[in-house]
Ligand binder design. Structure first.
Ligand SMILES: NC(=O)c1ccc[n+]([C@@H]2O[C@H](COP(=O)([O-])OP(=O)(O)OC[C@H]3O[C@@H](n4cnc5c(N)ncnc54)[C@H](OP(=O)(O)O)[C@@H]3O)[C@@H](O)[C@H]2O)c1
Length: 338
């Protein structure tokens, strides 16, 4: 296939380009080149999508498939105006942040309610909390369906993406933490659900979708698992025989200013339950039935750990730092022994 990746300079877009090349496809990546470099072997065309006509020169290139990862509504609209009628298949990487209900577990893309589209004066996510992110993705999804048609478009609502070259501090936190050893603060209960998808598995599915002309709207996520299985899988991938886990109640964590999800003082991949019980417990069956293949967790861990070792400067340091973790554990111990 001749594939155009709108992106390709970091994480998922780069993984798509990398795998497409390995599969023998002809790959062009269009981006500014600000976030990184495209994989060797891909044709890189520098474009700034703030320019409405940036993608017009690609119109006669005869692409079989486009993969777009944008979060900007205008970027998507301009790409669609230039190319929608000229390519065989269009994949848009959306997000599970489009959903209106983050509480109910087991939802599927087929019936879960989504947020309203972004207001006309909002073009992309705003500020450190990425306000309007989900709404902008909803707007782009609608534009893709309208311009490309539902029979040639694949909307892939990714959940948490993990693996090599992860620009976030989320999954790498647990890889770093379990490699360090000692008593590990495990948030919540062992049975709490967590859910994610390996970047290489998601890339493979996007290419499978282009190749088979898969159409429709799906969540791009692996099956949910318990947090105990997550931590056991991370340990297994790292060759840590028996991690020492201390499970700490979520209310205790919240009362000690330990934060959810990601960032400073956060325990990544931890969210409060039951209010966020739908975030990492969606129904993966439709995606698996449509060709998403999930590798064993230890393989994801090894890929992440190898990248972290090879490129330490690229790994974002976030989460609870070791001194804060030790302090919280001491206080928890004191409460428990009382
Ligand atoms: N990470 C997660 O856990 C997660 C979860 C759910 C969904 N998602 C979705 O998954 C996708 C991830 O994509 P990704 O990993 O490839 O990273 P990304 O950060 O979404 O990449 C954005 C790409 O667009 C390019 N770009 C940005 N501004 C541009 C401009 N003005 N002109 C041209 N190109 C521009 C960037 O390259 P340059 O900067 O080099 O131009 C980069 O290659 C996104 O759609 C995200 O919303 C991610």
């Amino acid at each position: 296939m001749r594939i155009l990746v709108l992106g390709g300079t970091r994480f998922l877009g780069r993984a798509v380009a990398h795998l497409a090349l390995a599969q023998g496809h002809d790959v062009t990546c269009a981006a500014r080149g600000v976030s990184g470099v495209v994989p060797a072997g891909a044709r890189f065309v520098p474009v700034d999508r703030d320019d409405p006509d940036a993608l017009v020169p690609f119109a006669d290139d005869g692409f079989d498939a486009v993969v777009d990862v944008t979060r900007q509504v205008s970027h998507a609209q301009h790409a669609l105006s230039a190319l929608a009628d000229r390519v065989g298949h269009w994949s848009f990487v959306s997000t599970i942040s489009v959903y209106a209900d983050n509480t109910t577990p087991g939802q599927t893309a087929a019936d879960a309610p989504v947020l309203p589209a972004a207001p006309p004066d909002v073009d992309g996510p705003v500020g450190p909390d990425h306000r309007w992110y989900g709404e902008c993705k909803v707007s782009i999804e609608q534009a893709v369906r309208e311009r490309v048609g539902v029979d040639r478009s694949f909307i892939c609502r990714a959940g948490l993406i993990v693996g090599a070259e992860d620009p976030s501090d989320r999954f790498p936190y647990w890889v770093r933490r379990l490699s360090a050893g000692g008593e590990v603060l495990a948030p919540g209960r062992p049975s709490d659900r967590v859910q994610f998808v390996d970047v290489a598995d998601l890339a493979a599915w996007l290419l499978h979708a282009a190749d088979t002309r898969l159409s429709g709207t799906y969540d791009g996520i692996g099956p949910a698992m318990s947090r105990a299985d997550l931590l056991a899988g991370v340990a297994a991938g790292l060759g840590v025989p028996e991690p020492v886990l201390t499970w700490v109640d979520q209310e205790f964590l919240a009362s000690h200013d330990v934060r959810e999800w990601s960032g400073e003082r956060a325990l990544p991949l931890w969210v409060r339950l039951p209010e966020s019980g739908g975030l990492m417990d969606r129904d993966a069956r439709p995606a698996l039935d449509a060709g998403l293949a999930i590798r064993p967790l230890p393989d994801t861990v090894r890929a992440t750990a190898s990248w972290m070792a090879a490129q330490p400067a690229a790994v974002r340091q976030g989460g609870l730092d070791p001194a804060d973790e030790a302090a919280v554990l001491r206080e928890w111990q004191a409460v428990r022994d009382r």
